[in-house]
Design a protein around this ligand. Sequence first.
Ligand code: ME8
Length: 645
Amino acid sequence: MSDNCEKAYITTPIYYVNDIPHIGHAYTTIIADTLAIYSRMAGLDTFFLTGTDEHGQKIEEAAKKRGKTPKEYADEISSKFKELWDEFDITYDKYIRTTDQEHKIGVQKAFEKMLEKGDIYKGTYEGHYCISCETFFTQTQLVDSEFCPECGKPTSVVQEESYFFKLSKYQDKLLEWYKSEDKAILPKTKKNEVMRFVEDGLDDLSITRTSFDWGVKLPDSVNDPKHVIYVWLDALMNYVTALGYGKDEKLMDYWPARVHLIGKDILRFHAIFWPAFLMSLELPLPKHIAAHGWWTRDGEKMSKSKGNVINPKEVADAYGLENFRYFMLREVPFGGDGDFSQKALIDRINSDLGNDLGNLLNRLIGMSGKYSEGVVSSENVDKYYSKELKEVEESISKLEPLLFDMQLHRYLEELWRPLSIANKAIDNYQPWNLMKEGKEEEALALNGLIANILAKVAVMLHPVMPKTTQKIADALGFIINNNSYVKLIKNYELLDKFTIKKTPPLFPRVEEQLLNEPEQKENRVQKAKNDKKESSTGVITIDEFFKTELKIGTIIEAQEVPKSKKLLKLQVDIGEDRPRQVIAGIKEWYAPEDLVDTQVCVVANLKPAKLMGMLSEGMLLAAKDENGLSLIRPEKPKSVGTKIS
Ligand code: ME8
């Protein structure tokens, strides 16, 4: 690649080594991989970075629990991530670990540079620290004065000597950047959130810790050995230390990043701290920071304790790696949250891939075998099917901007339009009748049209499904690479004459498989069997039903739970001496003010539980379908406390 070739540096977050990889991590990595493959195919000089984040108190504690040193533990988990990405054929160019010596040197260099610049000073920090999130919060950010607004766990008050980074100094420059670079943060809705946060005022940032050891030490020149560098400064720096920052800078030409792909959970660190650090280091800012949404499973957050974590390897083994890649990118609009359901995955495979794409290739193999001994030519395609060719061209020309704007689901949606044009053309023109009517030239040109549509779709789908699309290309007598991309996509030329190769079905129909983490699968199966035994027909006795105490209640107060997207805090009168506090996950469907003075059905004998640190003393009955959630209410007003039977 020549030095003046346009560069595309693409990164994933570096994943913490306190957890094994799950579908959320796979999602980010697969998106980044898709962009990297596309960029290479389009002739950009591409560098794709991923890796692991290995320092900090959280890792130190996780290692201790397992009787390991932090480094031993980090080695073990880091290699699990790497193995998975290798099994998934992820095309990363470098796998960075924050325990790499070069990285540590780069972080220390950055600290020195910020110090020289007058952006670091020493002070005392007192704050509420959440170990789990490795983050300090102010009093006003906490939920119920104690709990972490991000994960709901209790925080602890920490007071310690600390070095501070003058984040406040960069407030105006950050705002200018957001305003001048329209697409700096994608999707744009997320940019507004970030801007509001910065406009509210930025405090200086504590960037060293003395309460634990497992981190990058301050540079020798500072001579303050009890401090280690805050894990987020350490981690964010990976994006430039991987290119040799502070040491051998030969890869620094790749900077600035074309895109940092991240999940929405770490947007604040990337969109505020990171550009401020870069400004201090006098380095250019990344072109895009793209934050995707959150994957849940059957509507719930995935966590080890719930046993509902989805192991991406298991999904890929059960349904096919590339099918899984397609599903993840197609199913959820970038930036939105997505629920992982096997049904949706199966539908995508059987319908989009099997019916629309796979069958089209089969039809072409069948028709060209029958009419022209497998020989397909682009001759006469324009003569008979110029309208279709034009429509396909319009779709294809929309694709690249969608990809680089992270509108991946729309990219795939748009890419399916040519397939639909092709499938419709067969149904409309009925080549078997054309042949009967002696219009052989027209029938063969139709095969040419189908082949060209399949070829163009295969090229543009290649970044998402690299191997499958090479198989399609192989059947159509070409190879997907920069040459075919330029010819078929950029120049919108047609295929050379070829003899089609018979190919086994690319997307055999799939059925539902039992999925879970390997170690928990047995438990689940056993539990399912036990449940079945207990109630073999799903029928319960009336006594069993009456174990649930259902009562009519009136909501007398309703409030939002700060920092929670889902929860409302309700006071519900169910005819007792005081109202019950119910924390209900209904905020997406109900505004608090619309709930006050309305009646609901309450499960009154549910064991109280804490949600985000708040006690919930009951549950409301509700029904949820694809159109949303509706509370179940009495048809006519009833006295509070009335028993429902
Ligand atoms: O935050 N849905 O590491 P991490 C979608 N080390 N994406 C998910 C997800 C889910 N349920 N769960 C995780 C860190 N992710 C830091 C990053 S970068 C300088 C330092 C993905 O292991 C998503 O990309 O907690 C999220 O941002 C990332 O994993 C967090 O990974």
